[in-house]
Design a protein around this ligand. Structure first.
Ligand code: HEC
Length: 173
């Protein structure tokens, strides 16, 4: 190690030492600690916020998946949304329950001509009831729904997505 390098290192250490002594002796100590605490808090807040943003993004993704399953795969609105006189679904009554626009050509035991309101989950149903129903076909009373309600067997993940989407509709009523 060259002498100039050594002496510059020593100088640096000396400087650091004098700064530390100055900080620990003066009122600056308080300011120094406050600043440190301030930055630590800011870092913690931004980490928490990033987590929150991720959470919101995830739940938005889930609701979008649920909307796709309800609107495009399950076609729930075909039976659960009332229609206007042109046969078109009434958007303002989306999934709020309807009288069916079809009848069986042969008698079907238990045929149900009406559908319940499922926008925001059916009355009295909790999230776990809906997930059970969509994954097993067994409803809150321990029974299968009457025809023509299909007995869906969704994966748990998809059932959660559908449930979250339906729940999101309750705020729009
Ligand atoms: C072909 C018509 C039809 C389609 C499509 C349909 N439903 Fe239904 N749904 C019904 C009928 C009819 C009932 C009433 C059954 C009963 O009262 O037993 C019903 C009942 C329900 C119930 C209450 C079940 C119970 O046992 O109380 C839920 C929840 C439900 N539907 C959700 C959905 C969801 C979610 C979708 C789409 C993924 C969907 N339905 C698609 C016709 C349909």
């Amino acid at each position: 190690m060259g002498t100039t390098e050594k002496s510059s290192k020593e100088k640096l250490l000396k400087n650091l030492e004098s700064i530390l002594i100055y900080v620990s002796n003066s009122g600056i100590k308080l300011i120094f600690i406050s600043a440190l605490l301030f930055f630590a808090t800011m870092i913690m807040i931004s980490i928490a916020q990033a987590g929150q943003v991720r959470h919101i993004a995830n739940s938005k993704l889930l609701i979008n998946r649920g909307r796709y399953l309800v609107e495009d795969v399950g076609k729930c609105a075909d039976c659960h949304t009332p229609r206007n006189r042109f046969g078109r679904p009434i958007k303002s009554k989306w999934l709020e329950g309807a009288v069916l626009n079809m009848k069986p050509i042969h008698p079907v035991p238990g045929w149900m001509g009406k559908t319940p309101d499922i926008a925001g989950l059916p009355h009295g149903w909790m999230q776990k009831d809906m997930i059970k129903f969509l994954t097993t076909g067994i409803d809150i009373k321990g029974k299968f729904a009457r025809p023509p309600m299909p007995g869906y067997r969704l994966t748990k993940k998809d059932a959660i997505a559908v449930t979250d989407y339906l729940k999101s509709l309750s705020s729009k009523k």
